[in-house]
Write a protein that binds this ligand. Structure first.
Ligand code: PXG
Length: 465
């Protein structure tokens, strides 16, 4: 066992945590009963907990630690920037060097005519900006009726009022009176669960054409924008069929609506390019970014905006902004993170080396009796658990029961692999080594084997009919 830093015993930490700390998306009573796993430090792709256990982080924190943990370069830049200029705002005709330098770098990296950034502290805030920005854009264009935003079921765009409304998670809409007015949802391109007898491409076209039908139903004069993640992340790493994005692009080109690509997860190398929009040949007007922008070392996000939209928005005062828009420490760390991604050729490696290496092993899991489908793009992958490989039918048990069983086994086997319903998902740091990929797969197989036996013994290997 490795030496652990001096801190309270785990049980005491867990008791204080349960007594005072309200966790996101957590039933506090269950947490109090089981106790949180307390992570104390991390290096590369490995986490260490308060018991000294070493855990392979197959989720890069929360889809964000792209350059891996423990990078001195980022810590040093943060310390330097705090000493030089810890904070200044970007309101009232002020600016500062880190915000300026990062904006210029983002403009260089972003695709097409996307050359502007409106900063936030994370993805939810950036999507709040987007809602106000696209509505304001059409107001300024003399079309104040174009305010409706079309989003998708099972999308995740954050948890603030607007962002959670854009999201298509029923459980979130059920809390807090959501969605807010002017946001509507169409179906998601999840062929495995919803494609029935259609081929993936037929289904992809069908789901894309729901956008066209929705625009017609509402009237083009009412629709401001369509928002979508290139690959749904929190929804279960749903990779759309090949036919989907080209058809969405056709519809967006033919209709007068803005396209917002939410790249909070797919940005900064996750799919093997700087942006998922490049991987799928999407031409958005706005890109939502956060997470990998700073590799999660500091909170920062933003809306990357096209020349066309920025010109209109900039022609009058946009009454919007956050105290921490372009925070100097966050901006300096993000800039250094982008330097690391670029100079160490991390993204090229995802595309042509570690990505294909992981993909081959990941697809190998399709032979496991528990696995119905494997999907992976760059370093984000998912697998569908099943008791019926050919029929793609869901389990008879409540959705997520089996996924949770596998996740529990992973937890015990020191692998962070998440479940979304009965899909398992991974998104490791982009710097993961081949030997670490081997460990990830080994622990995943062990966990699948154990959970499969457990499910069989408990009579849970049954499909719903
Ligand atoms: N858009 C997308 C596509 C996201 O994945 C957000 C916006 C919101 O970002 P902030 O920084 O406000 O959290 C996200 C965040 C999960 C999980 O369970 C995913 C996210 C956040 C928390 C949990 O997979 N994604």
């Amino acid at each position: 066992m490795t030496k652990i830093t001096n801190h309270l015993p785990t049980a005491e930490l867990q008791a204080l945590d349960a007594a005072h700390h309200m966790h996101p998306f957590t039933n506090a009573d269950v947490l109090a009963d089981r106790g949180a796993r307390v992570i104390t430090r991390a290096k590369g792709v490995m986490l260490t907990d308060s018991e000294g256990e070493e855990i392979l982080d197959g989720m890069a924190g929360l889809w964000c630690v792209n350059v891996g943990y423990g990078r001195d370069e980022l810590a040093e830049v943060a310390a330097r920037q705090m000493k030089e200029l810890a904070f200044y705002n970007t309101f009232f005709m002020s600016s500062h060097v880190p915000a300026i330098a990062l904006a210029a770098k983002l403009a260089e990296l972003a695709p097409g005519d996307i050359n502007h950034v409106f900063y936030s502290s994370g993805g939810s805030e950036a999507n709040e900006t987007n809602i106000r920005m696209v509505r304001r854009y059409w107001d300024q264009m003399g079309k104040p009726d174009k305010h409706v935003i079309i989003a998708r079921k099972n999308a995740y765009h954050g948890t603030s009022m607007g962002a959670a409304s854009l999201g298509g998670m029923a459980g979130m809409h059920a809390q807090g009176g959501l969605p807010i007015p002017g946001i509507v949802h169409i179906g998601q391109p999840d062929w495995y669960s919803e494609g029935g007898e259609m081929s993936p491409d037929e289904f992809g076209l069908m789901r894309a054409r729901e956008l066209e039908a929705k625009i017609d139903e509402l009237g083009e004069g009412k629709v401001a924008a369509f928002i979508a993640e290139p690959i749904q992340g929190a929804g279960g790493v749903i990779v759309p069929p090949d036919s989907y994005w080209p058809e969405i692009s056709r519809i967006c080109a033919e209709r007068e609506i803005l396209l917002i690509a939410d790249e909070v997860i797919t940005g900064f190398g996750r799919t093997g390019n700087w942006f998922g929009s490049q991987t799928f040949s999407i031409t958005p007007d706005i890109i939502t970014v956060a997470k990998g922008m700073s590799s999660g070392y500091v909170p920062i996000g933003g809306s990357l905006v096209s020349d066309r939209v920025a010109k209109v928005i900039g022609s009058d005062e946009f009454t919007h902004g956050y105290t921490y828009s372009g925070h100097p420490v966050a901006a300096a760390v993000a800039l250094e993170n982008l330097r690391l991604l670029e100079e160490e050729k991390v993204i090229e490696r995802v595309q042509s080396d570690i990505g294909p290496y992981l993909a081959e092993k990941w697809h190998g899991l399709a032979d496991h009796p528990f696995v119905g489908e494997t999907k992976i793009v760059g370093l984000m992958g998912s697998l569908a658990l099943t008791a019926d490989k050919a029929g793609r039918k869901p389990f008879a048990s409540e959705a997520g029961t089996i996924g949770y069983m596998v996740r529990e086994r992973c937890f015990r086997n020191n692998l962070v692999m998440r479940h979304v319903g009965d899909r398992m998902i991974i998104a490791p740091p982009l710097v993961i080594a081949k030997s670490e990929v081997d460990v990830l797969i080994e622990r995943a197989v062990k966990s699948l084997d154990e959970a499969y036996k457990l499910a069989r013994d408990e009579g849970l290997l049954k499909t719903a009919d």
